[in-house]
Design a protein around this ligand. Structure first.
Ligand SMILES: Nc1ncnc2c1ncn2[C@@H]1O[C@H](COP(=O)(O)OP(=O)(O)OP(=O)(O)O)[C@@H](O)[C@H]1O
Ligand SMILES: [Mg+2]
Length: 456
């Protein structure tokens, strides 16, 4: 009953009933006919009930619905709206609440978009990011950090940095950032899943408006590529020096012997001069190759492309390779489709063919066969250089295009090789936006396949 009375409409109906019953009691003293009295009272009662329902429909129901919608809005459901049509003050109130709900909805969508954008930016940064509060708990880690340090978000979020990050250099950076309250920078090597990373970490303190320390943010840059380039540069200088050292030592040695008296013996004079000449030529080849490589690296995307007829290129390359092949007693064959044209740098294309064919000839024993196959592959021209030579071990293939890399140093040197030929080939292919692959089997032979686009 108490529950029922809490509903305003029902309590009004009961109240009305009591009121009419009271009025009936008073009227019965004046009106003597009981039936008329009862009919009049009943009529008044229903009229009042009807009026009450009208009032309830216009005022109480809208307010109840408004309360429900406001409760939904308070709970964060900004799509809730009041649909009940009302007039007067309640109508105005409902319109304003709906307008407020629409604004809140827009604001919340805007906020969600902004938060998404921020997360996307942080997650797609090339540097790892970690946010740590003043007690040492982690509040944010991005994808790059997880990639470098392993595990997943759950492993880090809400945990103390020294419990979940397995790297003392990182711990030290955080501690120093808190201790000195200033930016701390460090470089270190980190290993994860067999991968070795060179990392640079920057820890920066975060202060609130009262200048009290609130935590720190760590930014971790992956400098592996830069470090590798540095190592490559050092290797390159060491290699060049080493390559130059041998002919120079030889030239100096033989010149000294000549000066010391050997020049007076005709036979020694001829022999030593011949050696000095050969070694000088060797240095010249090396320096020419280095210059070609350096030019290609500088103008990687600037080739002098013009329409090239493959027949013309072959006409210039074939005699040279024929001569080499004859000298080494090998068969050289060409299988080329007629009228093949492409946009390319003719001189570089010639150099590419010479380098590959010279290798095939140099690394194929007597009586072997070297074949050049050129055909049309739609948008590409395919160039294949096949030989029946010594082949290359699978392990070595991935290093083949490195500068100065030679599988068999002694053998390559004997053929006058500098180890730059394939590095030049690779640069030429890349400058033409083409691709190169190697297939090889030890003592069976090697196939270099190149695809060059017809249009640049
Ligand atoms: N067709 C081939 N068959 C077997 N080994 C090859 C072949 N082509 C290249 N190689 C190996 O790859 C190495 C690198 O070749 P690259 O042409 O770069 O240098 P190179 O021939 O030694 O000297 P150069 O700079 O004078 O060409 C060679 O030393 C050789 O060991
Ligand atoms: Mg070579």
């Amino acid at each position: 009953m108490k529950k029922l009375l809490k509903k305003p409409l029902i309590s009004y109906v009961i109240g009305l009933f009591i009121l009419i019953a009271g009025a009936g009691g008073v009227l019965s003293l004046i009106v003597t006919d009981v039936i008329i009295l009862f009919a009049v009272l009943l009529f008044i009662y229903f009229v009042l009930i009807f009026l009450l329902l009208q009032i309830a429909d216009q005022y109480i129901k809208p307010i109840e619905q408004t309360i429900k919608v406001v409760a939904k809005l308070t709970n964060g459901n900004y799509r809730a709206r009041i649909h009940h049509q009302s007039i007067g003050v309640i109508g105005q109130l409902n319109n304003n609440i709906n307008r407020l709900a629409r604004s809140l909805n827009k604001l919340s969508i805007h906020q969600t978009i902004q938060a998404d954008q921020l997360t996307t930016v942080i997650d797609n940064m090339e540097s790892g990011i970690v946010l740590i509060d003043e007690k040492g708990y982690i509040h944010l880690v991005n994808r790059k950090f997880i990639q470098t340090f392993g595990n997943n978000h759950k492993h880090y979020l809400g945990h103390l940095y020294y419990d979940c990050i397995d790297n003392v250099k990182v711990h030290k950076t955080v501690q120093d950032t808190f201790l000195y309250e200033q930016k701390i920078k460090q470089s270190f090597i980190h290993k994860n899943n067999g991968e070795k990373y060179y990392l640079q970490i920057v820890g920066a303190p975060i202060f609130n408006e009262n200048k009290t320390l609130k935590g720190s943010v760590l930014v971790i840059h992956d400098i592996t590529e830069i470090k590798n380039l540095e190592v490559m540069r050092k290797d390159f200088v060491a290699n060049v020096s080493h390559e130059l050292k041998t002919p120079i030592t030889s030239i100096v040695g033989f010149s000294e012997t000549l000066i010391d008296g050997a020049k007076d013996e005709q036979e020694s004079l001829d022999h030593f001069l011949e050696i000095i000449y050969e070694e000088s030529k060797r240095m010249q080849v090396l320096i020419d190759d280095l210059l070609v490589l350096s030019n290609l690296e500088h103008d990687e995307h600037k080739i002098q492309a013009s329409e090239v007829n493959m027949d013309e290129v072959l006409a210039e390359v074939e005699p040279m390779i024929n001569h080499l092949a004859n000298k080494r007693e090998l068969h050289f064959a060409v299988e080329m489709e007629e009228r093949l044209f492409l946009m390319a740098d003719k001189e570089k294309l010639k150099q590419l063919l010479i380098n590959l064919l010279a290798n095939a000839v140099n690394y194929t024993p007597k009586d072997g066969k070297v074949t050049l196959i050129v055909d049309d592959q739609g948008e590409y021209i395919r160039i294949k250089v096949e030989d029946t030579g010594i082949g290359i071990d699978q392990q070595q293939i991935k290093r083949l295009f490195e500068r100065f890399y030679r599988v068999d140093k002694a053998r390559s040197r004997n053929t006058g090789g500098t180890g730059l030929g394939l590095a030049i080939v690779k640069h030429i292919v890349e400058a033409h936006r083409g691709s190169i692959t190697v297939d090889s089997e030890l003592n069976q032979g090697t196939i270099f396949t190149i695809y060059l686009p017809k249009k640049q």
